[in-house]
Ligand binder design. Structure first.
Ligand SMILES: NC(=O)c1ccc[n+]([C@@H]2O[C@H](COP(=O)([O-])OP(=O)(O)OC[C@H]3O[C@@H](n4cnc5c(N)ncnc54)[C@H](O)[C@@H]3O)[C@@H](O)[C@H]2O)c1
Length: 257
């Protein structure tokens, strides 16, 4: 049942979601719209993915602004936040979710592949958080939600660069949570396990089938099964006591946080 309207868990909240054109980000945008939030949906460029997410969110009654940026680019991230604020005012929830996945053993990994991974999956989180936080502190409320990965907790053969970026996101978020103590702004990670999105298409069949066999739930997840965790972390009072946490909708792949 839709929770939009006076009882919506995110009524009165305004969220910017990166990587909103596809997969987990699209599902989070939809869940936020359903929970009554206003939305800035962000992705690298305009396209059918963002168009569809925008139409679906608006059909749920949400006010939506579409913004575009390469989240690894400092100037583009600053512009993206300026455009989102021009359209919606204070952004009090950030979901820094955009990411890429590539695969290579360390011995063969080109430096450019490593650098690209760190830029898109880690530097982007720093840039988005730095842009998001000051007005949240001023307002005395804010929710930072960064998408990490279970690979950042357990490692993954062929994924050392991805694991390093995602472990970096977790460490960065814990530090930010400590810095923000007492300001009313919280910072947490979601570290999903394997989720059925276009991103997984980049992985070898061998990697995914051996991973699937080892999962306690014996199956990967759907983006719609991750989005409720992002709603929880943004909600009041449900999310109030989480900061520096890493929540893991991961089919049991990692059993610590
Ligand atoms: N799918 C999984 O199994 C899984 C598991 C754990 C974590 N994650 C993480 O979840 C997040 C979302 O992944 P997904 O599975 O939904 O993938 P996806 O490919 O469906 O969506 C990722 C989105 O990020 C956007 N993006 C990529 N690079 C960008 C850039 N430089 N600037 C702006 N936007 C950019 C893409 O255009 C795309 O819309 C990623 O951070 C990913 O690492 C995914």
């Amino acid at each position: 049942m839709s929770q939009a309207g006076p009882g919506g868990l995110l009524r009165g909240r305004t969220a910017l979601v990166t990587g909103a054109a596809s997969g987990i980000g699209a599902a989070i945008a939809l869940a936020y719209a359903e929970a009554g939030a206003r939305l800035a949906i962000a992705d690298r460029a305009p396209g059918p993915g963002l168009d569809q997410v925008r139409a679906s969110c608006e059909a749920l009654g949400a006010e939506v602004v579409e913004v575009h940026a390469d989240v690894s680019d400092e100037a583009e991230v600053e512009r993206m936040f300026a455009e989102a604020r021009a359209g919606l005012g204070l952004i009090d929830v950030l979901v820094a979710n955009a990411g890429i996945l590539t695969e290579s053993p360390v011995a063969d990994m080109p430096t450019a592949l490593f650098d690209e991974m760190i830029a898109v999956n880690l530097r982007s989180v720093f840039l988005c958080c730095r842009a998001a936080v000051p007005p949240m502190i001023e307002a005395g409320f804010g929710r930072i939600i960064n998408t990490a990965s279970q690979v950042g907790q357990r490692g993954g053969a062929g994924l050392a660069h991805y694991a390093a970026a995602k472990a970096g996101v977790i460490g960065f978020t814990k530090s930010l949570a400590r810095e923000l103590g007492g300001t009313g702004v919280t910072a947490n990670c979601i570290a999903p396990g394997p989720i059925n999105t276009p991103l997984g298409g980049e992985l070898s069949e061998e990697w995914t089938s051996s991973l699937m066999a080892g999962l306690p739930l014996k199956r990967s997840g759907e983006p719609s099964e991750v989005a409720p965790t992002a709603v929880l972390l943004a909600s009041d009072p449900g999310g109030n006591l989480y900061t520096g946490a890493t929540l893991g909708p991961n089919s049991g792949d990692v059993m610590f946080s």
